[in-house]
Design a protein around this ligand. Structure first.
Ligand code: 13P
Length: 251
């Protein structure tokens, strides 16, 4: 049985003070949450403060990006060591906003995934099609390339530490959620693909989150689907009551 995982991607929101307030409010309800893995992914500048707030709780901290390199002359980048020092356990990689605005490609995303796993950070690899790709019937083709390239070289036994987030780009921040059936269909496709790539054991253990306008209202139906193992939450993660509501839907 896969443990559900709900992660809040705070994106470029929250000053340190605001982040501490949000993390403290979430902690009030979820400090001892065992049944679901809860992950907060603040911007880099607030990671330390959020880590301090949730230390000695079961709440995990994640980052929104990470360099594929060790250290050195990479202006503006953040390394695995810098994250681990702040008790970061998860790292979002290849988010569609990074692919779109910062031109991250599958090659670099794959290098980051491999580096994260090597250094015992759990990657949350984001994949998903754009609206025109869905309308052209290319959803599976697009997602397949992102998965095959993004997870290239990941051994079967590492899939227990891999999280895949299926985030249809047209559903992000738009209020348009994929229907539970649409999401389940792609999730089942992704699990089948992992089975084909590295075998059934890995396919059964890898966790696949849905992301895109998930809210307390639509979370129960999405999370009830057999291949949806959690959510990667944007807008609704910025308010404690809605984030907590989604986690409760996963219990
Ligand atoms: P929204 O929940 O705001 O649609 O964002 C989803 C997302 O991009 C999470 O990474």
């Amino acid at each position: 049985m896969r443990k559900k995982i709900i992660a809040g991607n705070w994106k470029m929101n929250k000053t340190i003070e605001e982040a501490v307030e949000l993390a403290a409010a979430i902690k009030r309800d979820l400090a001892d949450c065992k049944a679901v893995d809860v992950v907060l992914c603040p911007p880099f500048t607030a990671i330390k403060s959020v880590s301090d707030v949730v230390s000695e709780t079961l709440i995990n901290v994640g980052a929104q990006n990470m360099s594929s390199e060790e250290e050195g002359a990479y202006t503006g980048e953040i390394s695995h060591n810098m994250l681990k020092e702040l008790f970061v356990r998860y790292v979002i990689l290849g988010h569609s906003e990074r692919r779109e605005y910062y031109k991250e490609n599958d090659y670099w995303i794959n290098r980051k995934v491999l580096k994260a796993l090597e250094k015992k950070l759990r990657p949350i690899l984001c994949v998903g099609e754009k609206l025109e790709q869905r309308e052209a019937g290319e959803t599976e083709k697009v997602v397949e390339v992102q998965i095959r390239e993004g997870l290239k070289g990941v051994p079967a036994e590492a899939y227990a530490d891999v999280v895949i987030a299926y985030e249809p780009v047209w559903a992000i921040g738009t209020g348009k959620t994929a229907t539970a059936e649409q999401a389940q269909e792609v999730h089942a496709f992704i699990r089948g693909l992992v089975r084909e790539m590295v075998g059934d054991q890995a396919a059964q253990t890898v966790r696949i989150q849905y992301g895109g306008s998930m809210k307390p209202g639509n979370a129960p139906e999405l999370l009830a689907q057999p291949d949806i193992d959690g959510g990667l939450i944007g807008g609704a993660a910025l308010e404690a009551s809605s984030f907590v509501g989604i986690v409760k839907a996963a219990l």
